[in-house]
Design a protein around this ligand. Structure first.
Ligand SMILES: C[S@@+](CC[C@H](N)C(=O)[O-])C[C@H]1O[C@@H](n2cnc3c(N)ncnc32)[C@H](O)[C@@H]1O
Length: 190
């Protein structure tokens, strides 16, 4: 159970907007043409990204354990499908998803290896996986780590090298791009 996302779900969007941590443009630019595609947004929370992906014609399912967060997502767009559950046990068929996105959620996931295994299972052949994260070695990454830890959140943030080492075990085709001095994106293929 997450204290942070259960009790601060109503403040979440305002906080992200204030600190400009809710940028979707770069993710949308990287994913390119998504119309008609099945996208799984793991840890999709309040659905800010999901709503934008839907407006571009994608079919989006959010997988997130926190009902208070996903209730807000559903209010944003009734078209967002919700699965309240955990990423290490995804209740979806094998090879049913075109794209998996995880924005700012991978460091909240403790069972990272099981999650990547599940991602590989549910992705279609040539399906894509995009992970947006904060670099644990950066100043902002460290601030986020301290803030979330003080909010009693269990997190495990990775440096770019650690992410590279971990993800390569499951997705051999892909690369990490630094998008600022504190953020990076991994984009890979099944
Ligand atoms: C910082 S929020 C990010 C929300 C959204 N992706 C965004 O960019 O606004 C992290 C989300 O990850 C979810 N989460 C934490 N552990 C998870 C897990 N094991 N599986 C799926 N989602 C998880 C939390 O409930 C929370 O909604």
């Amino acid at each position: 159970m997450s204290y942070l996302f259960k009790y601060y779900s109503k403040q979440y969007d305002k906080f992200m907007k204030k600190f400009r941590l809710d940028k979707s443009e770069i993710i949308i630019r990287i994913l390119k043409n998504i119309s008609g595609l099945e996208i799984l947004d793991i840890g999709g929370g309040t659905g800010t990204l999901a709503r934008e992906l839907i407006s571009l014609g994608a079919k989006v399912t959010i997988l997130d354990p926190e009902i208070n967060m996903t209730k807000i997502a559903k209010e944003k767009s009734n078209e967002i499908k919700i699965i309240n559950g955990y990423s290490n046990n995804i209740k979806l068929r094998d090879s049913s998803i075109d794209i998996i996105v995880m924005r700012d959620s991978f460091h909240h996931i403790m069972k990272k290896e099981e999650t990547l295994k599940e991602c590989k299972r549910v992705l279609k052949k040539d399906g894509k996986i995009l992970i947006y994260e904060f670099d644990k070695k950066s100043f902002i990454g460290k601030l986020i780590f301290i803030f979330e830890t003080l909010c009693f959140e269990r997190i495990k943030m990775l440096s770019i090298d650690e992410m590279q080492e971990l993800i390569y075990r499951y997705f051999k085709n892909g690369e990490i791009s630094k998008i600022s001095n504190y953020e990076y994106i991994y984009l890979g293929n099944k």
